[in-house]
Design a protein around this ligand. Structure first.
Ligand code: HEC
Length: 208
């Protein structure tokens, strides 16, 4: 039963971003390899190029980086962080668990909420590699930078480690993986988000 429910939840998560992932893989420069010169979209399949209209399945960017962070990574990492002090199985179900705004109190609550948050964070790593996204200051997401790609991989790995910790149903594993997640967030923030006034402040975000 648990597997079936988890599978369903995964399909919901994965379904949303599946097209994005396919296109990102097709269009984005290969991670961790030498980068082509500007215009990586030239790697898109011939069918996706040179036509007026984008194909229906084209990955689309809808928010800036800050919105992706606030909308996906912030809430999902908090689900994991909360499990450092509260056993997920003890979280009381919402009055209507099908309408719960806290994943831990929903029908997909308990350890499964940890698993799902891990998947959400790993999938969100793909969203950090879609061409065309900008940061809140208008600067392009620096997805061609080797360290950016490394930090994205760190997030992906931390997400999947969270998924496994959820599957293990072990408090120690979740406490440990919380540290892995916050380190993955911090590694990138230290370089691309935290900018002192001397470094140029918010206008210098997403640059080095
Ligand atoms: C690959 C780099 C990278 C990773 C990994 C990353 N972030 Fe971010 N994050 C950024 C950048 C850059 C900004 C600034 C975005 C902007 O201003 O558009 C940001 C902004 C944010 C914000 C918005 C802050 C504000 O000022 O409103 C939150 C919240 C956030 N990140 C949470 C997280 C969490 C939680 C994780 C880990 C689960 C994470 N981020 C992982 C690069 C990253």
């Amino acid at each position: 039963m648990r597997i079936r429910t988890a599978t369903f939840a995964l399909l919901v998560c994965i379904g949303v971003v599946l097209l994005c992932v396919e296109i990102a893989v097709a269009q984005a420069p290969a991670r961790g390899t030498a980068q082509p010169p500007a215009g990586g979209a030239a790697q898109a399949p011939a069918a996706a190029r040179g036509r007026g209209a984008a194909p229906a399945a084209q990955a689309q960017v809808h928010g800036d980086l800050q919105q992706v962070m606030r909308g996906i990574l912030f809430p999902n990492s908090n689900v994991v962080f909360s499990a450092q002090s509260v056993d997920p199985t003890t979280v009381k179900k919402a009055p209507d668990p099908t309408a719960a705004t806290d994943p831990l109190a929903s029908i997909y609550g308990g350890w499964e909420a940890i698993e799902n948050s891990g998947i959400a964070m790993a999938e969100a790593a793909n969203l950090l590699m879609i061409p065309g996204r900008v940061c809140s200051n208008g600067k392009p997401v620096p997805m061609r930078n080797a360290d950016w790609q490394m930090f994205v991989k760190g997030l992906r790995d931390a997400g999947m480690a969270t998924y496994k910790a959820g599957q293990s149903k072990n408090m120690d594993a979740v406490v440990e993986v919380s540290d892995t997640v916050s380190t993955a967030c911090m590694n990138c923030h230290d370089v691309y988000r935290e900018k002192t006034p001397a470094q140029g402040g918010a206008a210098a975000r997403c640059t080095k």
